[in-house]
Structure formats: C-alpha cells, structure tokens
Design a protein around this ligand. Structure first.
Ligand SMILES: *Cc1c(COP(=O)(O)O)cnc(C)c1O
Length: 502
C-alpha cells in the first residue's frame, strides 16, 4: 500500500513516457485492509432487538468466533469498488498476452448466458424438462465440429488442458482397443507445457521433435523419429511461435501410415477459424479453447471450456453422456461401450459453451474475417516493431508474433524490464519467456478486436522503450514506477512466500 506513496507516482514517471497512462492521474485511491479500516462496534445494519433471550454458545461452536472487522456498509462498498478499479482486464485496455488470445468478448453473449432459464436449470433435470439446454449442447457440438471440419464433438472438457487429457485418453483407448502396443507421442519443442504433461498423464512417453530453423517441423525430422512405437503426434497449429505448420498434411500422412494418430492443440484457433479444415490437414482430434477464441472472459485462472472434436475413427471413444437427437427430441445417452467415460460430474461448463454458441451464431460465416483480422493485426505490429526488436523467426506470422530482447541485451535491458515498463505506459505486458525455445521471448498477440489507433499506441510504447534502453537503461530496471506496486522480488516471493496477512 505504502509503496505507491513512496514512489510519488507522477514524479517518478519515466522520461520517455510522455503520454499519460490509463487511470494514472488524478484520483488514485489507496486502500488499507478491512481489518485496518474496521472500528470496534461499527455495523452495516442495525437489527431490531431480539425478543428471544440470548444464551451463550456451548459445545464445539463456543468461543469468540472469527476475528471479523466491524465496518459500515459504505466502507465495505468502497473497499471492494476501489479494489475492482485496480484490476486490469481486456475491458480496461489492450492485453496482448500471446498464446492466451485475450480478446474482447461481446457483452450480448454475457446477457444470453445470464438468462434465468439457463442459470436456473439443474444439471439433474430429466431430459424432458431441459430440451432447450440439450438442444444448445447438441447444436454447439455440431457447430464446433463444422468449424474444425471433423465428425463429432464433446463439450465435457472444462479447460484446454482437460481437452488434451480427453483427446489423449481417447488415443490411448484407441491403441489399447486395436492392440497396437504403441505408447510414444511425438511433441515439437515449441509445444505448450501442458502437451507433454498430458501425454505423461495418459501413460504415454514423450519424444521431442526439434523445430527447424524456420520455426516449423520439418517432415524429414519427423520421419527420422517414426517407428512402430509411435501412437500419436501432438501438434499446435499455428504453433506457439505464431508460425503455420505448413508441412502438417505431409506429417499427418506419415504418422497415419505408421498406424499413429494426430492430436491438434487448438488453443491457437483464433488464427485459422473459418479458413482451415483440420480434417484435411489429417487431424484426428482437436481441442478448442473456447475461453480464448469464442467469447469467454478469462484470466486469473478461469473459467474455461475445452471441447474436443474428433474424426470418425475416434467417435466411439468420446466421453459420455452424449446428446442424441431422435424425432426432434434430445436425450442424454451413456451406453457407448468404447467410451472413455465421464470427464466431468455433469456436462462441462454450460455457461461457457453457451457464450460460444451465441458467439458463433452472431458471427456466422464471417468467422473467417475474425481470423483474417487477427493475423493482419499481428503482422502490422511485426512490421512496426521489427527494426527496434529482434525477430528470431523472420517470416509472416499468424495471430501472434515473437520478438526477443537480443537488441536490448547489449544495454543490459531484458525482456522483464521491457514488460514492466509497458505497465507504466498503460499496456498489459505480452507473454514473456515463452515459448521456451526462444531466449528472452516477448510473445505479442494483439487479437482482431483492437483497432489501428490502439495498435499504434502499443507500437509507440514499445518503440519508446527501445529508445529508453539506449539512452537510460538504468531507469528501465526500476520499472514499473507508476503502478500501485513496484518491481517485485520474484525470487524472494518464490523462495519465501508470505502467505498470511500479518
Ligand atoms: C492456453 C493453452 C493451453 C492450455 O489451455 P488451458 O485452458 O489453460 O488449460 C494449451 N496449449 C496452448 C498452445 C495454449 O495456449
């Protein structure tokens, strides 16, 4: 709390930051803990005296009770309202967090998700009493299958990593059922950490595929790794370098010829929705990150939804129960003998795929414009920043672009310094130090929902930081100076976490 006062926000502003950052001037209200604010005997509501005589508690509930602070209603309202203004979200400003697709989520989809008929429906209602909810599940699965080009979908997985688990469990079940004895999964070294973790959880063994100098998997490299033990390859396309795996059709053919299957991590779908047919690229199972590409506000750990779509060969292994349509009526059916079973006590994150359903219906066949604009915006930033920042893979990018701090390192300025100064300039930092194969990575994903002025503002901020790295590198090491909390000692925070309020 006091850190802000000590910094004297405006006085310590960086020399190159001419433009005032978002919400950084005027009324910046400090906020103590409720315990520091409370005064003994203060209350929010005066209850009338009870007509029943009071008696002291006895037994296990006896004692003084929790040490709650005493506060008025107004103090509580101000406390939480002020804290809410300290938050940064995509509704506050640009949030170019690569690999996460922090795009704007249309509010109308929130209205749909809040409709009483949906929020009040109990997951144990009999099928006849929730035909509308079942119809939405059925139709959303149909739409997601259509977007992917695949045969069928399941809404059960509750996050991207859960979708991976679902997909890899299906692949493992497929190989068990066909008695192939295959247990190896090829995973490129650019993959998100959840990919190898998922393979391991399914009892499969990871073999890394090093990407080529152009940031793509080369067919020859994959060929050299294929043998009888290969159960699958896990591919993210476009990959986490923001580069399209253009050899995927050929790689898929090689994997299929060896009796393996192709898993696609669809977290980067925002680059290719409405444009790329996953089935034609040879994909057998794909997970969606609805909280990234299809209208769910996420961050801070949730909520998410990671449906999977599958090719015909994997349909029998889909998790149950599945929604079946017969004579215009919908039923939940659970008796699929090869199914991997349930992944969720009920039917997945209903409120999240409901938003995706509303999003897909409202966007319709302009989905290809969504991905087109996402790619255009990323390439615009790539072009504006390529002189000032090092581009480890200098080719057209998809929805995100990866720079490094190589040009700034000579001035002892690192990716972390650049990210922290962006906070002073009113922008959420991009993803940093990921993907791991890129030293000092800065992974920027602007998304299609930012306009040109916003992209230019971000580019100007990055260019100002590049100039500051040359003229005043030491000041960058102190960033951020305009935020509530300054530079944190991340090592100390990890080594000696302080987990109590005192
Ligand atoms: C976000 C992401 C995941 C994991 O998704 P969660 O919903 O966070 O579990 C997997 N792969 C890639 C490439 C991602 O960007």
């Amino acid at each position: 709390m006091t850190q802000h006062d000590d910094n004297g926000a405006a006085a310590a502003a960086p020399a190159t930051a001419d433009a005032a950052g978002i919400g950084l001037s005027g009324l910046i209200l400090d906020e103590p803990l409720l315990w520091e604010r409370g005064r003994y005997g203060r209350t929010a509501i005066d209850l009338p005296p009870s007509g029943v005589p009071s008696r002291p508690l006895t037994g296990p509930r006896a004692g003084d009770g929790p040490d709650w602070p005493d506060l008025s209603e107004l103090e509580v309202v101000r406390h939480f309202t002020r804290l809410s203004t300290w938050n940064f979200g995509v509704d506050t400003g640009m949030y170019p967090l690569g690999s996460c697709t922090m795009k704007y989520n249309p509010k109308v989809n929130e209205t749909v998700a809040a409709m009483a008929g949906f929020t009040g429906a109990h997951p144990l209602l009999p099928d006849e009493a929730c035909q509308g909810a079942l119809e939405i599940m059925y139709e959303t699965e149909r739409l997601l299958a259509a977007v992917s080009g695949l045969e069928a979908a399941s809404l059960q997985p509750a996050a991207g990593a859960h979708g991976e688990l679902c997909g890899m469990l299906m692949i493992a079940a497929y190989h068990r059922h066909h008695n192939t004895g295959k247990t190896v999964v090829l995973i490129p070294d650019t993959a998100h950490g959840t990919n190898p973790a998922t393979a391991a959880m399914c009892g499969l063994t990871e073999v890394k595929v090093p990407v080529g100098p152009d940031g793509r998997m080369a067919p020859d490299t994959v060929r050299s790794l294929i043998d009888d033990s290969v159960a699958a390859i896990m591919v993210t396309n476009p990959n986490t370098l923001g580069i399209f795996e253009s050899h995927l059709p050929e790689i898929s053919r090689m994997i299929h010829n060896a009796g393996g299957l192709v898993y696609a991590d669809g977290a980067n779908l925002n680059a290719i929705m409405g444009r790329v047919d996953m089935a034609k690229m040879g994909v057998d199972v794909l997970h969606f990150n609805l909280h990234k590409s299809m209208s769910t506000p996420h961050g801070g750990g949730g909520p998410g939804s990671g449906p999977v779509a599958v090719a015909e060969s994997l349909v029998p292994y889909l998790p149950g129960p599945r929604v079946i349509r017969e004579d215009g009526r919908y039923r939940l059916v659970d008796d699929f003998p090869l199914s991997i079973g349930r992944l969720h006590p009920f039917h997945g994150q209903f409120g999240i795929y409901l938003r995706a359903y509303a999003y897909l219906l409202s966007v319709g066949n302009r989905l290809r414009d969504v991905s087109g604009l996402a790619v255009l915006n990323a390439n615009y930033l790539r072009a504006r920043l390529r002189e000032a920042f090092d581009l480890p893979y200098d080719s057209d990018c998809m929805h995100e672009v990866v720079f490094t701090d190589a040009k700034q390192r000579g001035h002892k300025v690192t990716t972390l310094d650049i990210a922290k100064r962006l906070i002073d300039l009113g922008y959420h930092p991009p993803t940093i130090y990921f993907p791991l194969v890129v030293n000092g990575a800065l992974m920027i994903e602007p998304t299609e929902t930012e306009c040109k002025e916003e992209l230019d503002g971000f580019a100007e901020a990055m260019l100002a930081i590049a100039r500051e790295a040359e003229t005043d590198p030491d000041s960058l090491h102190r960033a951020p100076v305009r935020s509530k909390v300054g530079r944190l000692d991340e090592t100390l925070a990890a080594r000696k976490p302080k987990l109590t309020g005192d």
